[in-house]
Each structure stands twice: as C-alpha cells, then as structure tokens.
Design a protein around this ligand. Structure first.
Ligand code: SAH
Ligand code: SF4
Ligand code: F3S
Length: 483
C-alpha cells in the first residue's frame, strides 16, 4: 500500500519548489502526497529561517506532530517526522536537542539524499525495536510494564553542502503535477552577504543551473500542464550559464530563448522570474521586458531602504539613485511594468532621516505592491552584532507608517484597473464556495465568481472592483461566449 506523505511548506517560492522535488524524490519509494495531515505516514516540515518568527513557527508545528507520533506509536505504528529547509540547515543540531522526536533533519542542499537517509532511519528503527523488545521481555519477566516511555525519533542528520549539485541528482520526471503555474529553480544561493540576511549561510554560494537543464525542465513542466513558468533563484538575475551555442547566456537571453522555444505550445504562455537584485539588473534583461512577448510586465525588485547610509550598512552595493535609474529604464522598455519590492524598517543605525528617505523613495517609484518587515537580528549575521540596534517600538512605528503608504499605493494601483479588461489565469479555489482566484499579468489576485470556469483556464476579465489586496472581475463578453 502507498505510504502517505504530508508536506508543510514555509518561506519563499524556492521552498515551494523544493517541496515538490522532495515529493518527486520520494515517489519511487512508494510515498504518495496527501493534503490531509491526519493520515500521513511521513511529514516533512520545510522551514524558513529568514526572520525569528518564521523560525519559531517550526517548533510550535513540531509540538503538534509530536502528539501525532506518540498516538501512532501507541498503536504500534509510527509517523516519520522530517525537518527540511533553511532552519534544518542552520540549526540542525538544535532541532535534535529541542525536539528529539524528529527522525530526519535534512538541509536544503541534501534532500536528493532523502532515500539514503530514510534507509538509514529504517535500519536504526529496526535496531531500536529489537533492543526495546529484549528489554520489554526482560521487564515482563520481572512483572513490570514497559509503558510511558518518551517518544523518540531517530535523529538522522544531513546538513552538508555537497560538492556535487543536488540538481544533478533529482529525478528527471515531474511526478507532482505543477498545476497551471510551474516553479523552476534556475539559480540557488547567494554571494551578496547583505548584513541582515541568513540566506548565504543556509543556501550556500551562488550556483546557476546549465541552460540545457533549464530548457529541459521547462519542457517537462509545460508537458505536465503548466502555462505560466516562474524561474526561481535567491538572486535569479545573477543567473548565467553556457547555452547550447557555447556562449554564456544571461537571464535576458535565457528568457528570450525559452519564449522562442515554447511560445508555440500555448498562445498565452507566461514567464516570470523572482527574486532579483538591483545590482544584477543588466540591459539585456531590461530589453527582454520590451521584446519577449510572454514575459509578464511585472518585476519584484527588493531595495530594503531608501537611505544610502542604511543601504551601505546593509552591504547592498547600490544607492537609492541607482535603483531609481533602473526603474526609469524598465519603464522606458515596458511602460506598463508593475514594480514590487521588499523593505526592512529599524535596521541598526536607521535614523528618522534615513526612514524619511525610504518614504521618499516609495513615493518617487510608486509600487504596485510591497512586503515590509521589521528588522529581525539573525544569529551569525553581521547586522546582529552592530551597535545602535533600533528599539522595537521605533521599528514598529516606522513599519506601520511605511505600510500605510504602501497600502495606499497598492489600493490606488488596483483601483486604476477598474473597468479595464485583462488576461487572467485561473489558479486555485477562492476562500468562499464557488469562488476562484486568478492572476492578472501584474500579479494581482483576481476573484472570480463564475460556474463556467475551472482551474487552468485563461480568460479575459473585466475588472469590476479593486481593493488593496485583490481585484474582483467578471468574464468579458468574448470570454463568456468561449467558456
Ligand atoms: N534574495 C532576495 C530576498 C531574500 S529574503 C533579495 O535579495 O532581496 C526576502 C526578504 O526578507 C528580503 O528582501 C528582506 O526584505 C527580508 N529579510 C531578510 N532578512 C531579514 C531580517 N533579518 N529581518 C527582516 N527582514 C529580513
Ligand atoms: Fe539575502 Fe541579500 Fe542575498 Fe538577497 S541578496 S538573499 S537579501 S544576502
Ligand atoms: Fe526562508 Fe530559506 Fe527562502 S530562509 S526565505 S526559505 S531561502
């Protein structure tokens, strides 16, 4: 009988990609994915270490699984508990100490070795059962009950950064159907070492997958039904690789080639890429926004702060003015491009004037949407050791002011869409019965209420309402007839 695998994913889209690949790696061992945690034989918690809150979630989630495991063991079964991802990478030993019932800790660079690790775990489990059996027999002979033993896991750990790339060892077939949107990791890791960030430590050095491997995987995802492909990397626009022509391609070139090769597969095939760094936003990539028909008019380009002093302390390697110049070039290439970004408030040394500069930059650019976070000092990063840490009260106050401005901008952006028609890809069920959620070219969520629609449909929608976080729409005339 197939064993059931439940995966809980936290963090960025790279983790979403990794979760799908872990399911692919485990499929040949008889594990089938389940969406219901209650009947899982194995759970993988794929973790994020980016901020303190994200990391703490792991331990509260684990507390829940400890109970499930205890119940299963009482019935003579077991639930295999695995922790993967960036917390596993950064705090493997600590997980083992704080949660000894965890069976497997697998870092983000080692999950292609899951079958080996599971085999090692099974061997340990068998040995443990034998040992417990002998003890229980001894105890019984003495008239005692072997009850109330603490629940234990096998504590198998693999957080190495292997020399060979895990990408060369992942299965070629797409076992987990991607749905209409396929994620494709083309680059991983980071050499930028922003002073607040753990990613260079949890994901290792920048690595680009070869162009041929990317093209082949894009083809497989499209074969499996994806009509929108999102190229992923922590520094995706630092991607470079030798193309089949022997020349080194940049991301701009890769996007052109992918679109040329696959555009005939679907009339509305879409491409996106995330996350980009301002330092890697070269002219070829900007030109791709002008020339590549399937490339969506959307870019997530984190800046973090609008103050040059803070950007310098963050080791971002660019000034506010460089960012504004990139935005100008992008808008010249693709006038309707929507920009989103990430911001941190309360980075060590951030003064009121520095924060004002952030608000000024936000006003100057006009973002379609943005994520903003309070600075969270992460162990091992230079930022955590800097003097002049900003108080939580000040960071919070700045965060609220920034969020109010960003919300205003996204609400204005969405309101400006009311009455317009746009292509929407229907992606998933909405929150209420009968609702479906789609995506506009500009990454807006579009709520649709139409019984003729199904997931995977591409439709032309007229926007009827626009809020800060979503649009509401109905099928435009032609689409309605076709559906
Ligand atoms: N590679 C991307 C994003 C990395 S993490 C980039 O270079 O921009 C996603 C976002 O989390 C970052 O853009 C940053 O805004 C936020 N972040 C990262 N570390 C953080 C920390 N220590 N405290 C608060 N926010 C943080
Ligand atoms: Fe982190 Fe900076 Fe690298 Fe982005 S570029 S992953 S923020 S170190
Ligand atoms: Fe989190 Fe790791 Fe992604 S720390 S944001 S899951 S790279």
């Amino acid at each position: 009988m197939a064993k059931k695998l439940f995966i809980k994913t936290y963090g960025c889209q790279m983790n979403v990609y990794d979760s799908a690949r872990m399911a692919d790696v485990l499929a040949p061992l008889g594990y089938a994915k389940t969406e219901t945690p209650d009947d899982a034989d194995m759970v993988i918690i794929n973790t994020c270490h980016i901020r303190e809150k994200a990391a703490e979630k792991v331990f509260s989630e684990l507390g829940h699984w400890r109970i499930r495991k205890t119940e299963a063991q009482a019935r003579g079964n077991d639930v295999t508990i695995a922790v993967a991802g960036c917390v596993a990478q950064a705090e493997g030993e600590e997980i083992h100490a704080r949660a000894p019932f965890v069976d497997l800790v697998v870092g983000s660079q080692a999950y292609h070795r899951l079958p080996e690790l599971l085999a090692r775990m099974e061997r340990q489990r068998a040995a443990e059962r034998q040992r417990a059996g002998t003890q229980a027999a001894g105890a019984q002979a003495a008239g005692a009950q072997a009850k109330g033993q603490p629940v234990i896991g096998m504590g198998v750990l693999d957080t190495e950064f292997p020399v060979e790339s895990k990408f060369d060892h992942l299965p070629e077939q797409v076992v987990t159907p991607p749905g209409p949107v396929g994620f494709l990791a083309i680059q991983e890791g980071c050499d930028k070492f922003c002073t607040f960030c753990v990613v260079p430590y949890t994901r290792g050095a920048e690595y680009s997958r070869p162009a041929e491997a990317v093209i082949a995987e894009a083809g497989r995802l499209i074969d499996a039904g994806a009509v929108e492909l999102v190229l992923l990397g922590q520094n995706v626009n630092a991607w470079h690789g030798e193309g089949p022509d022997g020349v080194t391609w940049s991301l701009g070139r890769l996007l052109r080639e992918l679109n040329d090769r696959f555009a005939h597969r679907h009339p509305k095939l879409r491409w996106r890429y995330t996350t980009s760094h301002p330092r890697e936003m070269d002219d070829e990539l900007i030109a791709a926004h002008r020339d590549v028909s399937g490339l969506m008019p959307f870019l997530h380009l984190p800046i973090q702060s609008g103050s040059d002093a803070v950007l310098k302390a963050m080791n971002r390697g660019h000034r506010a003015e460089d960012y504004l110049r990139i935005v100008e070039k992008l808008r010249a290439a693709r006038p309707d491009i929507a920009l989103t970004s990430d911001f941190i408030t309360g980075f060590p040394g951030e003064s009121d004037r520095d924060f004002e500069a952030t608000l000024r930059l936000v006003r100057a650019v006009g973002f379609a949407q943005a994520y903003s976070f309070k600075y969270s000092p992460r162990p091992g990063t230079p930022g955590s050791l800097m003097p002049q840490q900003v108080s939580d009260a000040v960071s919070t106050e700045r965060l609220h002011a920034l969020q109010a401005l960003l919300q205003e901008q996204s609400a204005a952006f969405n309101r400006a869409c009311v009455g317009r028609s746009m292509d929407v890809l229907v992606e998933r069920p909405g929150r209420q019965a009968g609702q479906l959620l789609g995506r506009s070219p500009w990454m807006q969520s579009v709520v649709l209420n139409d019984p003729t629609l199904k997931i995977g449909d591409f439709v032309t929608v007229t926007v009827t309402d626009g809020h800060a976080n979503s649009l509401f729409g109905e099928l435009a005339g032609a689409s309605r007839e076709a559906a």
